[in-house]
Design a protein around this ligand. Structure first.
Ligand SMILES: [Ca+2]
Length: 214
């Protein structure tokens, strides 16, 4: 019984951290073929890693391929166990971070959607114009940005981009406001390749709907 009670409290303590701010999980299954999932909660200080690499707390597939880390800006990165009421905080005093992600290498897939969820503090705010950028492609669309709670200083953002091919690797950049650093509580990235453009599927569905109405 005592063990059961202990187990309950351990789960109760861990669960809120594990859940974090995964407020908008993707519509696709995270663990199916040609999806990837990367979750940085920054639960441990990794500022001493070689090359400024910060590895995710969770990832799918669990291993394989080069990349799958946040590339911090040389030695200007740091970590707080607690900052403004949140736990496990990555900080960088200036500049962007880069995230190279290995991905599904399947030439039969010809459309990819990438979704980024992030939580940051106003003392290291995101850029207003283009906070999340896909190398060689352009800005992600900002679908949501709002403060978590009242006057907490913590903001949540949801970003998405769809491209009409499926590269086996992509580089994602996250930009702070000019001359400001980054203060991050979490980053969650999901990628998903599909074999035909969603727009064609939607057209086909639309056509079916029209036929049914007749
Ligand atoms: Ca955190």
């Amino acid at each position: 019984m005592k063990q059961a009670i202990c187990a309950f409290f351990v789960v109760a303590l861990i669960a809120p951290i594990a859940m974090a701010d995964d407020l908008n999980p993707p519509s696709w299954d995270r663990f199916e073929e040609c999806t990837t999932y990367w979750n940085w909660q920054f639960t441990e200080d990794q500022s001493e890693n070689a090359y400024g690499y910060w590895y995710p707390d969770e990832r799918y597939p669990p291993e394989g391929g080069l990349g799958g880390y946040i590339l911090a800006n040389s030695t200007q990165d740091g970590w707080f166990e607690e900052y403004a009421g949140r736990y496990g905080i990555f900080t960088q005093t200036f500049g962007s971070i880069e995230i190279p992600l290995p991905n599904c290498d399947n030439p039969e897939m010809d459309e990819k959607t990438i979704r980024v969820q992030a939580t940051w503090h106003t003392s290291g705010p995101f850029d207003d114009e283009c906070p999340v950028y896909l190398g060689g492609e352009g800005c992600f669309e900002e679908l949501e940005r709002y403060e978590l709670g009242t006057m907490t200083g913590w903001y949540y953002g949801l970003y998405e981009i769809t491209i009409d091919y499926c590269p086996d690797m992509e580089w994602i950049y996250i930009y702070p406001e000019t001359d400001m650093g980054l203060v991050l509580d979490q980053i969650i990235i999901d990628t998903h390749c599909i074999p035909e453009p969603a727009s064609l599927s939607l057209l086909a569905l639309g056509g079916l709907a029209l036929l049914r109405r007749r």
